[in-house]
Design a protein around this ligand. Structure first.
Ligand code: TRP
Length: 328
């Protein structure tokens, strides 16, 4: 174990284009982590079908997310990139975890309650058992750290409970994992800055990482800033400064912050500086995405190679579990 790097694992659901909030919260971090750790990054396809979705576009969403992983800079030479759907060990282990997990623990998950209230006609069992599948995704690879956004912390706590339930019943095997909470400011909707930036509210609420410079400019032009007082900076303005902090220079941040305080701010200027920064920041990504999109076979081959590596480890874990629980 001496020379071994610590293991990091995380997953992202393939369910449409990524916005800059998603990028700051996960992919940006993954790109840095791949240089330090033994990393596994996967497409959480099974999780994504527990929500309402259109089967006609799912395959494209899977390809798009794989392209995004690569285009932002994840390197298959440095990390294992794969699709959960290629790892049958995941749902198999999830089933075993289902038999250890009280329904009451699943029913109290915030995400379950949230999603149930948003898709009242589709409160399927997969929504409820979502965290046991997530625990299986994680524990198959014995990671040390799992980078996630704050909304997933509860699922990681449940994962650690599953570790304890399993170890108590079947002997010490799994080890508890640690969340790696990404240090990111909350990115808010452009037009309703009191709400989190989210795809489900519609395109004018977010900037996608693949938006063209023109679209970025248009969306920012329509961003709501609101009127504030000296002490009370409007939430929309705070949001633009937050973004400038991520994508612009400190000099620009200082200048506009001062202008907001002095009430000499011209929001049109702030917006156009921010638009230029965001466009430039993602220019290399857009170019690489275009290249990869021309070669989907190459992208699929990378996923296939990743799956071979992941499935090998996953299968070993699953066999050990089956043996410990007395079925193999
Ligand atoms: N539930 C995660 C999300 O919605 C996605 C996910 C599935 C995941 N399995 C995982 C994240 C394992 C980390 C580890 O973002």
């Amino acid at each position: 174990m001496k020379n071994k790097k610590q293991i990091v694992l995380s997953g992202v659901q393939p369910s449409g284009e990524l916005h800059i909030g998603n990028y700051l919260g996960s992919l940006k971090n993954f790109v840095e982590l791949q240089n330090k750790y033994d990393c596994y990054f996967f497409l959480a396809t099974y999780h994504s079908i527990s929500g309402d979705y259109d089967p006609k576009i799912k395959k494209q969403q899977i390809l798009d997310l794989a392209i995004d992983f690569l285009a932002v800079g994840l390197d298959p030479k440095k990390c294992v990139i794969f699709n959960q759907i290629d790892i049958p060990a995941s749902p198999e282990l999830a089933w075993i975890f289902n038999t250890l997990t009280p329904i009451s623990e699943l029913a109290r998950m915030t995400q379950f309650k949230d999603k149930s209230s948003h898709q009242v006609k589709n409160i399927n069992a997969g929504l409820l058992t979502y965290p046991t599948l997530q625990a299986a995704d994680i524990l198959l690879y014995h990671p040390n750290y799992v980078p996630v956004g704050i909304d997933q912390i509860q699922h990681l706590e449940l994962t650690n409970k599953i570790v304890r339930w399993f170890n108590n019943k079947y002997g010490n095997y799994f080890k508890e994992i640690k969340p790696l909470l990404t240090q990111v400011p909350k990115v808010m909707s452009l037009v309703e800055p009191d709400k989190k930036m989210s795809k489900s509210s519609g395109p004018k609420h977010y900037i996608a990482i693949n938006d063209s410079p023109k679209i970025i400019e248009e969306k920012l032009k329509k961003a709501v800033t609101g009127v504030g007082t000296e002490k009370d900076i409007p939430q929309g303005a705070i949001n633009l400064i937050t973004l400038l902090n991520e994508f612009g220079t400190q000099k620009e941040v200082k200048k506009f912050e001062a202008e907001i305080k002095n009430n000499t701010i011209k929001y049109s200027e702030l917006k156009s500086v921010l638009a230029k920064n965001i466009s430039e920041y993602f220019a290399p990504y857009r170019a690489k995405r275009k290249e990869l999109a021309k070669n989907p076979e190459k992208v699929r081959a990378i996923l296939a190679q990743g799956a071979v590596k992941a499935q090998k480890i996953a299968q070993e874990t699953l066999n050990e579990v089956k043996s410990r629980i007395g079925v193999l």
